[in-house]
Design a protein around this ligand. Structure first.
Ligand SMILES: Nc1ncnc2c1ncn2[C@@H]1O[C@H](COP(=O)(O)OP(=O)(O)OP(=O)(O)O)[C@@H](O)[C@H]1O
Ligand SMILES: [Mg+2]
Length: 371
């Protein structure tokens, strides 16, 4: 699938935009604060149904407006698709091929992999960065996971609400415990399977980029730093049940759920066991983030039999030539790519790109000029 055209209406600094794209490389260049990232955000939103930059989706509505609208036309081997999103201050509406649908129905229709300067947080930042990463890509690969996760988050919300009450009703808590274990084990099971099946792709990418034999290890970390390997759902349930007993008193004291997949982590280490987050050099950490994303691209291709769209926000300048080559030679010829940069010159020495169907767009204050 690739994006053939995009329409934006009062989306961030885009007033009214209609634009067509190359099925291969699209380069957006322009000075700071002109709307380059906004454009990638809009493209990602059509695929994910939400912004990758903010949790508050109404931030994308143009200042002074009450609503905004996005429309993307996609073509591929299957039938063409139109995805439309309307955002108001209190609600969002989605349409797929002119039919009203829910967000979960458009999520993953067109898979997308995003590279951004914040990616280093995947390695260096807190566990929520890695959980979000797992969840975002799992949802694109495994349609069922969207519901599995949604069901769990509803239970978690209810249980936390109960724990906030002045007098916690223990019989009621028991009911939510059962649900928490049941639904939580499913989320964890999906994540474990995803990690197990994606690791070989990531390791392959990492070796390709760094030209080394050094292998990274990935471990799913559950309650009390326990490493969970790909175990059965029943075994995960048992672990959660046991953990719930251990935290019973602290939960009531602290009025919040203290176990479950909303707190887990993905630990990335060198073979020696030393954590990349703490002991990796900046370069090793960058290589790992690139490998994570490239591994995912190949995993998506393998699972869905099509490549995702690639969004590269301002990252080319951060990669050295070896990493650039790994990225470009491996991907750009088969994948639709959108790249932002502050200077067109960044690409002048990109001999690699010239073979492809490359479109240049200059962005100035929310307007695009084919450059
Ligand atoms: N809701 C909004 N309504 C109108 N304008 C907005 C809104 N949100 C952000 N902007 C403006 O959009 C402009 C462009 O933002 P964007 O992040 O796309 O810039 P950029 O071209 O990627 O810049 P940089 O090179 O610095 O990353 C900013 O000036 C910002 O103030
Ligand atoms: Mg930007």
């Amino acid at each position: 699938m690739f994006l053939t055209s995009l329409e934006l209406n009062r989306f961030r600094n885009y007033n009214d935009l209609t634009i067509e794209f190359s099925p291969q490389v699209n380069i957006f260049f322009g000075q700071n604060a002109q709307g380059k990232t906004n454009l990638l955000e809009a493209i990602a939103m059509l695929s994910l149904g939400k912004s990758f930059r903010t949790k508050k989706d109404d931030e994308v509505i143009q200042w002074g407006s009450e609503t905004c609208f996005l429309k993307g036309m996609f073509v591929g081997e299957q039938t063409p698709e139109t995805i439309e999103i309307g955002i108001g201050r209190a609600e969002k509406r989605y349409r797929l091929n002119h039919q009203s649908v829910k967000r979960n129905d458009i999520l993953g229709q067109v898979p997308v992999v995003i590279f951004s300067p914040d990616d280093l947080q995947l390695i260096k930042g807190g566990p929520s960065n890695r959980r979000d990463f797992l969840d975002l890509y799992l949802a694109q690969i495994e349609p069922k996971y969207r519901f599995v996760y949604y069901n769990y988050s509803k239970v978690l919300q209810q249980r936390n609400r109960l724990l906030k009450e002045r007098e916690v009703n223990l019989t009621e808590l028991e009911v939510w415990n059962e649900q928490l274990v049941e639904k939580g084990a499913k989320v964890i099971k999906y994540r474990l399977l995803f990690i197990e099946t994606t690791i070989p792709y990531i390791i392959q990418a990492q070796q390709q980029i760094s030209n080394s034999r050094e292998t990274l290890t990935f471990e799913y970390i559950g309650f009390r730093n326990q490493v969970l390997t790909n175990m059965s759902e029943e075994d995960i349930k048992k672990l959660l049940q046991e953990a719930l007993i251990t935290v019973r008193h602290s939960e009531i004291e602290r009025r919040v759920t203290l176990i479950g997949p909303q707190l887990d982590d993905l630990r990335i280490s060198f073979e020696s066991g030393l954590e990349l987050r703490i002991f990796g050099s900046q370069g090793q950490q960058r290589t790992a983030t690139l490998a994570l994303k490239m591994g995912l691209i190949n995993k998506i291709k393998e699972t869905r039999d099509e490549y995702p769209i690639l969004l590269l926000d301002d990252v080319m300048s951060e990669f050295d030539d070896g990493r650039k080559r790994a990225l470009i030679e491996n991907l750009i010829n088969s994948v639709q790519t959108f790249i932002t940069s502050t200077s067109r010159n960044d690409f002048a020495r990109f001999a690699y790109i010239s073979d492809f169907r490359t479109c240049f767009y200059e962005i100035e204050r929310g307007a695009l000029k084919i450059g």
